[in-house]
Design a protein around this ligand. Structure first.
Ligand code: GLN
Length: 454
């Protein structure tokens, strides 16, 4: 049924870069056989899923939305891919994304933009716009995204779906093509908080193949979602961060957010306003740290090891072929980030830019620590505005970067955060996202509070 739905609507939505019909049907049949033979089946056995094209899938194309990886079929599965398969999840295919996950609108994909199913002339968010659009268009009931600065939560917010960035290190990055290794985190996308929790439990957990993977039990997120669904939030302390409001925030977004805070109070939560002054500097710190790490990570696309190779006619040196390939294979935003990052890391500038940004990162982490000394979770709008029209911010990187104003601090600090729908903005009828933030390894709190207000 989901393959039929994709065939019917994806020409318009463009959520998928690759539909793996054969693989999906084989996985579904395997679950059927297991059921027939009386084998044990987990809660997600046979459930279809859309996978962001940044996770490796053995024998199935993985492009990261880039021309430089066109046609590349990885020889191995990411740990996340393997876990999905072991859970009996049916991977329908790979979803569209901003090239190498750099963007906030999915317009930076080398394979054309994805439309927001609420209004196809608008962006579905980014970088994981394909995954969230697939959910909103009912092409898949579950999806996977990655969140380096907001790429799970921001698309969830603007498509009216749920997205969770787990605690950094909770979900293995082995086989997740690296953008910014100290920030990247895979996570669940779904249409309900409980669905997200079930997927969270399937993908999280220690992996010896990822040196930053946390070796500790996964928080009981499914249990928390079930507990939250009773709607009782007595004893829960919620902080409203002052810095996540003001200029640039759409009126209808703030209206729905204020109503959500009111609802939290009605459910018994204690709400306090607090200030995290360093959050003001999260955006500039992120746009030094993320491009710096990217400039190093993307050095591996050298025309020798993977995908595209341009100008290799026997007359050119390896360096020339590498340069020609990177010139032809990378898009404008990727080149911009590589240049920014290389500059920020170069000797003489390192202390002024990268070093300074790392200090700001510490201050942001301390602001979170102070806040979580007073409250259990923080809440904010997920994005300052609803989905903007395709093309509107395409030529203005700074305007584009603002879409992640509320999501970036959690990546810098490595804590857990969720976006879930909290109604439609009255002025444009488009979905608004509520963000909930919890301390590292307290992901269960997101699900308890999220399920209560859902
Ligand atoms: N929009 C942010 C960026 O362009 C975040 C991307 C992400 O989370 N992958 O870097």
């Amino acid at each position: 049924a989901h393959l039929d739905r994709i065939a019917a609507v994806d020409e318009k939505v463009n959520a998928f870069l690759h539909v793996d019909t054969e693989g999906a049907l084989a996985a579904a049949r395997a679950v059927d056989e297991r059921r027939a033979s009386g084998g044990e089946l987990g809660p997600l056995a046979g459930v279809p899923l859309a996978l962001k094209d940044v996770f490796t899938t053995e024998g199935v194309p993985t492009t990261c939305g880039s021309k430089i990886l066109e046609g590349w079929k990885p020889p191995y599965d990411a740990t996340l891919t393997r876990r999905l398969k072991e859970a009996g999840v049916v991977v329908l295919g790979k979803t569209n994304m901003d090239e190498f996950a750099m963007g906030s609108s999915t317009e930076n994909s080398a394979y054309g933009p994805t439309g927001n199913p609420w209004d196809l002339t608008r962006i579905p968010g980014g970088s994981g716009g394909g995954s969230s659009a697939a959910l909103a268009a009912f092409e898949a009931p579950l999806a996977i995204g990655t969140d380096t600065g907001g790429s799970i939560r921001q698309p969830a917010a603007v498509t009216g779906t749920v997205g969770v960035k787990p605690t950094y290190g909770a979900v293995s990055r082995y086989g997740l093509v690296a953008f910014s290794s100290s920030l990247d985190q895979g996570g669940p996308c779904a249409r309900t908080v409980l669905d997200a929790a079930l997927l969270h439990e399937a993908i999280a957990g220690h992996d010896p193949l990822d040196s930053t993977s946390i070796d500790a039990p996964v928080p009981a997120v499914v249990e928390a979602a079930r507990a939250g669904a009773t709607g009782d939030l007595r004893g829960v302390r919620v902080g409203v961060v002052k810095e996540f409001s003001g200029e640039g925030y759409q009126a209808g977004v703030m209206q729905r957010f204020t109503e959500s805070v009111e609802l939290l109070r009605e459910l018994g939560a204690e709400v306090v306003e607090l200030s995290c002054p360093s959050f003001t500097y999260a955006m500039p710190a992120y746009y030094l740290i993320a491009p710096s790490e990217a400039s190093s990570n993307l050095a591996r696309f050298d025309a020798m090891r993977y995908g595209l190779r341009v100008g290799d006619d026997g007359t050119r040196s390896a360096e020339e072929v590498t340069a020609l390939t990177r010139e032809a294979g990378f898009g404008a935003e990727v080149k911009r980030r590589i240049m920014l990052g290389t500059y920020a890391l170069s000797s003489g500038y390192y202390d002024a830019y990268y070093g300074q940004a790392q200090k700001v990162r510490t201050l942001i982490t301390r602001d979170f620590e102070a806040a979580f000394g007073r409250v259990d979770v923080l809440v904010s709008p997920t994005t300052p505005t609803t989905a903007f029209p395709i093309g509107e911010r395409a030529d203005d990187p700074l305007a584009m970067y603002l879409a992640d104003l509320c999501t970036i601090p959690s990546n810098l600090a490595g804590n857990a955060a969720m976006s879930l729908p909290c109604g439609l903005a009255p002025e444009d009828g488009l979905p608004v996202g509520l963000q909930i933030i919890a301390p590292a390894m307290a992901d269960d709190r997101l699900y308890r509070v999220g399920a209560a207000v859902e």
